[in-house]
Design a protein around this ligand. Structure first.
Ligand code: NAP
Length: 252
């Protein structure tokens, strides 16, 4: 049954041109929202915007940089008439490998998108958000696990979880809820973008499915359902939580 929980609402989804962000942008439009989505890839930003129709506006911007964030927030201000109800800070990249293989450049690149970008997107978008607004940050089950080769990525996501708690507390007086969603493994283009070839992605899928209690990857739509719940009025008494959507991987 389709609902219209976001009728008349304005939402901003970073990384809304691919994977989980695209599923969230699609679900928000389906439920009545107008959505500004951002991404780096011009072609996929254009394709996502076209597919979502007049309820969506795409902006090509690097949200690992302050000027990129300011540009996309300015577009969101214009598209939403100066108001924002829902912010999903989702843009992120993966990079994996033993500590000896991680360069300073790779560290700076990943932290710029996964951590700095989240922090400053919230900071720059906040003036648009009125009481009753909801922010959801995308972390990862990896934040709470100790996996060899995952140190840098997991550290970035643990910091995002921490932001959810601190900003959740800080924004209670403003009437804005801040929550975190922590997906388990989800089939999206992220692994290819992290430099894995098709065979490596296929092998990873088998290995990670095997150690997952539900023996499978999640879908972007399963993560989107949780993000929309956290952003909706049904979650009106929920702030500062980190909700695992991971087939049980983080819990047992
Ligand atoms: N897939 C998983 O297993 C999984 C699990 C837990 C958490 N997550 C998190 O979920 C989020 C979404 O990832 P996904 O799996 O859906 O992968 P994805 O399809 O690769 O999506 C990542 C999104 O972030 C955008 N992005 C990356 N760097 C950016 C930058 N500098 N500026 C602007 N946008 C940027 C990408 O845009 P372009 O395509 O234009 O580069 C893309 O839209 C990430 O934060 C990821 O860490 C994923």
């Amino acid at each position: 049954m389709s609902t219209q929980r976001f009728q008349g609402k304005i939402a901003f989804v970073t990384g809304g041109n691919s994977g989980i962000g695209l599923a969230v942008a699609t679900a928000l439009v389906r439920e009545g929202a107008k959505v500004v989505l951002s991404g780096r890839n011009e072609a996929t930003v254009a394709a996502a915007t076209k597919a979502l129709g007049s309820s969506a506006q795409g902006v090509v911007a690097d949200t690992g940089r302050i000027d990129g964030i300011e540009r996309v927030v300015a577009a969101a201000r214009e598209f939403g008439g100066g108001r924002l109800d829902v912010l999903f800070c989702n843009a992120g990249i993966g990079a994996f490998g033993p500590i000896a293989t991680i360069s300073e450049q790779k560290w700076d690149e990943l932290m710029a998108v996964n951590l700095k970008g989240v922090f400053f997107t919230v900071q720059k978008a906040l003036p648009l958000m009125a009481r009753g607004g909801a922010i959801v940050l995308n972390a990862s089950v990896a934040a709470g696990k100790g996996d060899p080769g995952g140190s840098m990525y997991a550290a970035s996501k643990a910091a995002v979880r921490s932001l959810g708690r601190s900003l959740g507390a800080e924004l209670v007086p403003a009437g804005i809820r801040v929550n975190v969603v922590s997906p388990g493994p989800v089939e999206t283009p992220i692994f290819g973008k992290a430099g894995m070839n098709e065979q490596q992605v296929a092998d990873l899928k088998v290995a990670w499915s095997e150690r997952n209690p539900m023996k499978r990857f999640g879908t972007p739509e399963e993560i989107a359902a949780t993000v929309l719940f956290l952003a909706s009025d049904a979650a009106s008494y929920i702030t500062g939580v980190d909700l695992l959507v991971d087939g049980g991987r983080g819990s047992f």
